[in-house]
Write a protein that binds this ligand. Structure first.
Ligand code: GDP
Ligand code: IMO
Ligand code: MG
Length: 430
């Protein structure tokens, strides 16, 4: 039975939350495999909008079990408040959420260091949620894991050692004041009581579910171009949103994965710093931001906007193994006379064959655009692929053809019913 990886194919905020929520209807389990509360996944149900940060986007279907995998980094304060908000809205979380005992914890000092580093070294434009510093500790092998919460003595000892080291860094390197060990120990001992009911060996749970033929969605956060290995380093997040991250971040083998779906916006956005070849600094960029309501779901920051970048997408398709795409926010392009797609990059007079991962080249490329006629009519009424205006279909088919992918879902608005469900007009463009 299927294990589908649903991931962001660009720089995040592609609409993964909406697509995962929609596909959850047919699934049994939704499992998040990396990142933390830096994510903001929006799900709109009727006239209510929910923004999820750590909880998988399958939570709104009562039959779904949600898993937060070992590859994530968990800020217990953020998680507890997210659970409380959902429960207050009538969404039952208890009994439906499993958290990996091997996931790492985000500590108050990770958030502090995240913010300080942004001020003192390369300005990545992070979300300030402590993600980078928590993954540093994980890979330094000093991180504190969920399982450590369950043993008070181990927790206290590890926290003391870690905080002593952080205090040396805070005072000597950054001239900041020390943080108090005892307050943090007390705070995290309290989380232990509240988190206990959710904690389990999720790798065993997921592998048993695979063996039992359950249908699983592995949900990525961020996007492939923010991947620490395959993105626009150093302007990336500190984990692997690409499809391989689903295996390491959940403890499932690559052979279990049956399909990989790239969620892709019909144009491009990026929040935070770093190269963005198709960015539009003019009225068109502003129009995409306004019509698309392109403001961060986690930080509220305005997102940078530009045309769809087929070169970057081909890179994403290659490193992820994307075969099918869910194209979102097509309706945002409704009013445009013409719509651009970047078909190639030029660098010092030469066409580049591949998306450059070397920052200096990428910052220096000139995008080559092809323009396609708009459809100039609202799309959200279309329930079937064939009902889309011809120019909209032609645009989608160009996106698919240029990136070597198959159209699978088309989203024409934030709501569940504003979706052309899979498979859209089965391989019509092939
Ligand atoms: P995620 O992080 O990938 O889940 O995406 P975000 O939730 O951060 O950003 C996507 C935004 O676009 C949210 O406000 C969604 O409600 C909205 N959205 C999703 N799909 C569509 C769509 O097809 N059309 C429009 N207009 N908005 C959409
Ligand atoms: P979702 O899951 C868009 C960006 C930040 C910054 C960089 C590093 O909603 O798509 P971090 O706090 O992770 O160390 O920041 O990554 N970033 C995102 N951009 N969507 C996200 O998540 C993001 N999560 C992190 O803006 O540029
Ligand atoms: Mg988001």
């Amino acid at each position: 039975m299927p294990v589908q990886v649903i991931l962001g194919a660009q720089w995040g905020d592609e609409g993964k939350g909406k697509i995962v929520d929609m596909l959850s209807e047919q699934a049994d389990i939704v499992a998040r495999y990396q990142g933390g509360a830096n994510a903001g996944h929006t799900v709109v149900i009727g006239d209510r909008q929910y923004v999820l940060h750590l909880i998988p986007s399958g939570m709104f279907h009562p039959h779904i079990i949600c898993v937060i995998g070992n590859g994530t980094v968990i800020d217990p304060a953020a998680l507890m408040s997210e659970i409380a908000q959902l429960e207050a809205a009538g969404i039952k979380v208890s009994g439906r959420l499993l958290i990996s005992h091997n996931a790492h914890l985000i500590m108050p000092y990770h958030k502090l260091l995240d913010v300080i580093r942004e001020q003192t070294s390369t300005k990545i434009g992070t979300t300030g949620r402590g993600i980078g510093p928590a993954y540093i500790d994980k890979f330094m092998r000093t991180g504190i894991r969920i399982v450590d919460l369950l043993d008070r003595d181990v927790l206290a000892a590890k926290l003391k050692t870690n905080i002593e080291e952080k205090n040396r860094i805070l005072t000597r390197v950054y001239g900041e004041s020390k943080i108090d060990v005892d307050a943090i120990i007390a705070e995290y001992e309290d989380f232990d009581k509240r988190i206990d009911e959710y904690v389990t060996n999720t790798a065993v749970y997921l592998n048993q579910a695979i063996a039992a033929g359950k249908s699983i969605i592995a949900e990525g956060a961020q996007g492939a171009l923010l991947d620490v290995d395959h993105g626009t380093y150093p302007y990336v997040t500190s984990s692997n949103p690409t499809s391989g991250g689903a295996c390491t971040g959940l403890g499932i083998p690559p052979t279990a994965i049956t399909s990989i779906v790239g969620v892709v916006k019909a144009y491009s956005t990026r929040v935070g710093n770093g190269p963005f070849p198709t960015e539009l600094h003019d009225g068109t960029g502003e129009r995409l931001r306004t019509v698309g309501n392109e403001f961060g779901a986690t930080t509220g920051r305005p997102r940078r906007c530009g045309w769809f970048d087929a070169v970057a997408m081909r890179h994403s398709v290659m490193v992820n193994g994307i075969e099918q795409v869910a194209v979102t926010k097509l309706d945002v392009l409704d009013g445009f006379d013409e719509i651009g797609i970047c078909v190639a990059y030029e660098h010092r007079g030469k066409r580049l064959r591949h998306f450059p991962t070397d920052l200096r080249t990428l910052e220096d490329v000139t995008p080559v655009f092809e323009f396609f006629p708009g459809w100039k009519t609202p799309l959200s009424a279309a329930g079937r692929y064939e009902e889309l205006p011809e120019n909209a279909r032609r645009y989608l088919e160009q996106m698919a053809e240029m990136t070597g992918t198959r159209l699978w879902v088309v989203s024409t608005g934030p709501r569940r019913d504003q979706t052309i469900a899979p498979p859209v007009g089965a391989d019509q463009h092939r």
